[in-house]
Ligand binder design. Structure first.
Ligand SMILES: [Fe+2]
Length: 265
């Protein structure tokens, strides 16, 4: 048996009984064990049981006399890959060994795959999140390029809003939303005419109405990348006033989203 399997390219170790087999299994890692059911000392079934517990990655094929076929079938139920009836047909043996090794490889690969799947999903999620944050940062940069004043302003609004949200004991998730909304709440100013945006002194009524439109423009600019309705609402409503005199919708009191009320401070 050993000679034939060696010819097939397998590296074989022979053990004279169960105890010696276990000693060898303990010393080296084996892909596969061929176990005679009847051995001096511990039986093949005993060894199978121990292999299943201590070396579950070792495939087992039982070798049995015709009389022991029932025990062999029992061994399959216990987790052996196959059984071969004595006298051993070496061709059958080679086929059975190859099949068992293939099956073992698939099982190990599948386990490895399952193990890494979760990590991969996690890494992918992180990538998507980073790409989202990058697109938000990119929008903030775009506004900064148009209006220098706003960059420091957005940063300060964000810091203050986050501090207020913390003080109010809001959840980390809500605080994160407020932080994102703070960074881009004025992004709609990208859509304002520079002559109005940078006009020194008082604005005419018409110019003021133009400035007011930055809330709705901001909501629109962000809507393709921002799936979170709450954040979009914070951006839209950050100029509402508690007494209802704000814009764009003249909301009052608690009709104004809490995040928008915090940003307004
Ligand atoms: Fe604003």
């Amino acid at each position: 048996v050993s000679g034939r399997l060696s010819d097939e390219g397998h590296e074989c170790t022979v053990a004279s009984d169960g105890t010696s087999a276990l000693r060898q299994l303990n010393a080296h890692q084996f892909d596969l064990a061929l176990l005679d059911i009847r051995m001096p000392g511990k039986s093949g079934t005993d060894i199978l049981r121990e292999i299943q517990v201590k070396y579950p990655d070792t495939a087992v094929i039982m070798v049995t006399a015709v009389l022991d076929v029932e025990t062999a079938i029992e061994s399959i139920n216990m987790g052996a890959y196959d059984y071969i009836i004595k006298p051993v047909d070496l061709n059958m043996l080679a086929v059975s060994v190859d099949r068992a090794l293939d099956k073992r490889r698939l099982i190990l690969e599948n386990r490895e795959y399952q193990l890494h799947l979760e990590e991969k999903v996690e890494a992918q999620t992180q990538k998507i999140r980073n790409s989202f944050l990058n697109s938000i940062t990119s929008l903030a940069y775009a506004l900064e390029a148009k209006d220098k004043y706003t960059s420091g302003h957005s940063q300060r609004v964000t810091e203050t809003a986050v501090a207020i949200a913390r003080e109010l004991g809001m959840s980390e998730e809500s605080i994160e939303k407020i932080r994102l909304a703070g960074l881009v709440h004025d992004v709609g100013k990208i859509g304002l005419r520079e002559s109005v945006l940078k006009k020194p002194g008082r604005l005419t009524d018409q110019e003021y109405r133009h400035v007011m439109s930055h809330c709705e423009i901001g909501e629109r600019i962000l809507s393709p990348v921002m799936e979170d309705e709450e954040i979009l609402r914070m951006v839209r409503h950050h100029h509402e006033r508690y007494d209802g005199t704000g814009y764009p919708d003249g909301l009052s009191g608690e009709d104004i989203p809490e995040g928008a009320r915090i940003l307004a401070v």
